[in-house]
Write a protein that binds this ligand. Structure first.
Ligand code: VG1
Ligand code: CO
Length: 543
């Protein structure tokens, strides 16, 4: 089969963001656009001749077409083999698992995660390295600089590869193996959690619902939760992956996972509810009439890890992204473990896990995971909770309240202002920055400002430095106000305002978070001029 070298010219703005390149489908479908990016990846990842590449996606619109393009380019560029999920499906954590298990050179994951899908919506592509995790900044910068000089890409003229039947076929010199997208992942989950105990819990009348949001986790949850763990059929809601997520927004939060939230806060509430996002790496955990914040969830998993077989021998350390609440820090301190604070995005956790410094990681944005893979993992978090529930035999709410009693409660909220004018968004952050010199020592929201900065991170393993990762106002009592611009949006800018205050007094732990944080919210607006500069009078989404 003849390799063709197709001449091309660079596109503007192919810089990978928080997790890869995310664009509107109509942008990605421009002639040569996807090819340019894929070839730029291949030109930036070292010698892969004869080695294996993993390819799969969340099943959204354009997934299959993109995979066919990638397979032909992989063959032309000299990969030995591509492992591709049946039907083009691989959740992000499953892709990470497959890369590691089969010692692949890396993988291409096709997803725009929690962003909507369809011809007028979003698509994305991300490269993961041999450890199964997102490419670190050194690699994404190399890819980006290659996109600016690229002048040719390599492909082969061939028929499309059938993706729906498990088995192998040849594409030129390269082998394409269509694999069961669930099998390797399910086996890994079984090795970590006490499936017998969870099976008994479910057989004893414990009721749960899992909302796959018409996205990638449907097949995984059906096999694992309804199949292996024996939950009744219908436990998995919206379990059929759809190219447009049935018109929904596959983001597992209180706003978008509405059907599940209605059940869990209504008269039909069951003992446990959970949801995952478009590509299966996020999770939301609910009890009967009860929402567990992702920051608390990380802290609770860490505090209960010894009850789970995969973590019985203890955890090495904990890492959280900077905007995530400090609830996990308190658990780490109590257990005598190190706790690391990284910039937003999973790529920063990989080095820490590879070096054996941390076992559990989490982000406030509904992401939790461990060193079993190098991505955050939605179903893993759900199974971790089920394992704890099976051992402790208490309700979700009781487990969380007992945690607050012991460690104190970190009141926490994130306010997102989506689709804001980019200049206005930059001006909001700049206005806060301009006060860095005068704020420390001042009283704000009844607290003393201690320190302000632009968060910067020096990787403790490789020494690389990442600057400008969020504007922070830190208070003497541990409270925080943080402003950050999103790196995953595809239209306009998104301002994220993160608010946190610490409450050790059990008597005061029962408030609504928005009420408990009301002074902080008002102070954040006063200092930044957010409403005035953006013309918005309220956030788009509050979590
Ligand atoms: C958001 C979240 C971040 C997460 C990222 C990818 O990024 O805040 O915590 O790692 O999405 O998640 P940003 O730059 O928009 O704040 V996923 O599930 O979209 O891969
Ligand atoms: Co995701």
């Amino acid at each position: 089969m003849e390799v063709q070298s197709v001449s091309t010219t660079p596109f503007d703005d192919q810089r990978p963001g928080t997790s890869g390149l995310r664009k509107k489908v109509r942008v990605l479908r421009q002639r040569h656009y996807l090819e340019n990016f894929v070839q730029s990846v291949f030109d930036s990842i070292g010698d892969f001749r004869g080695r294996t590449l993993v390819v799969g996606g969340d099943g959204r619109y354009y997934n299959r077409q993109a995979i066919q393009t990638i397979l032909k380019m992989a063959a032309a560029n000299g990969f030995g083999k591509v492992l591709v999920g049946q039907g083009g499906i691989l959740s992000t954590p499953a892709a990470s698992c497959v890369i590691r298990k089969h010692q692949a050179h890396g993988g291409l994951i096709l997803s725009a995660s929690h962003n909507p899908g369809g011809p007028d919506e979003d698509f994305g592509i991300k490269y993961n390295i041999a450890n199964g995790g997102p490419a670190p900044e050194a690699v994404t910068e190399k890819i980006f600089s290659r996109t600016r000089t690229i002048d040719r890409y390599l492909t082969v003229a061939a028929d499309d590869v059938p993706l729906d039947v498990i088995g192998a076929c040849a594409l030129g010199e390269m082998q394409v193996e269509v694999i069961d997208p669930v099998a390797d992942y399910a086996e890994l989950m079984q090795s970590l959690f006490d499936f017998d105990a969870i099976r008994r819990l479910l057989a004893d009348g414990f009721r749960m619902k899992f909302d796959a949001m018409h996205a990638v986790t449907g097949p995984y949850a059906r096999v694992i939760i309804e199949g292996m763990l024996g939950a009744p059929q219908g436990t998995v809601m919206h379990g059929e992956p759809k190219e447009d997520f049935a018109g929904g927004h596959p983001d597992p939060n209180l706003t978008y996972a509405k059907d599940l939230v209605d059940i869990m806060f209504g008269e039909q509430a069951v003992d446990f509810g959970a949801a995952s996002d478009g590509d299966g790496d996020r999770n939301m955990i609910l009890g009967r009439n009860f929402f567990v914040t992702p920051s608390d969830s990380l802290a609770i998993l860490a505090a209960n890890a010894e009850q789970v077989p995969g973590y019985r021998d203890g955890i090495a350390g904990i890492a959280r992204s900077m905007p995530t609440s400090a609830a996990a820090d308190r658990v780490a301190a109590a257990l005598g473990l190190d706790c690391y604070e990284t910039p937003t995005g999973w790529k920063f956790f990989g080095n820490l896990m590879d070096a054996g410094k941390v076992t559990l990681c989490g982000e406030e944005s509904f992401g939790t995971g461990s060193d079993h893979v190098r991505e955050k993992d939605g179903l893993w978090a759900v199974l971790f909770w089920l394992n704890i529930l099976a051992v402790r035999k208490q309700s979700v709410a009781t487990i969380v309240r007992e945690h607050w009693q012991r460690f104190g409660r970190n009141y926490y909220s994130r306010h997102d202002y989506e689709g804001v004018d980019a200049d206005a968004a930059a001006a909001v952050l700049q206005r806060v920055r301009d006060q860095f010199g005068t704020l420390p020592g001042q009283q704000l929201a009844g607290r003393t400002v201690q320190h302000c900065d632009d968060f910067a991170y020096t990787d403790p393993v490789d020494g690389s430095v990442s600057e400008n990762q969020g504007v922070r106002i830190l208070f003497a009592d541990g409270s925080r106000i943080i402003f950050r611009l999103s790196g995953t949006g595809t239209s306009g800018a998104t301002i994220r305002l993160y608010l946190e205050s610490y409450e050790p007094d059990v008597q005061k732990q029962g408030q609504d978070a928005q009420q408990a944080l009301a002074d902080m919210i008002a102070a954040a607006d006063a200092i930044s001029g957010l409403r005035e500069l953006t013309g918005r009078d309220r956030p788009t989404v509050i979590t």
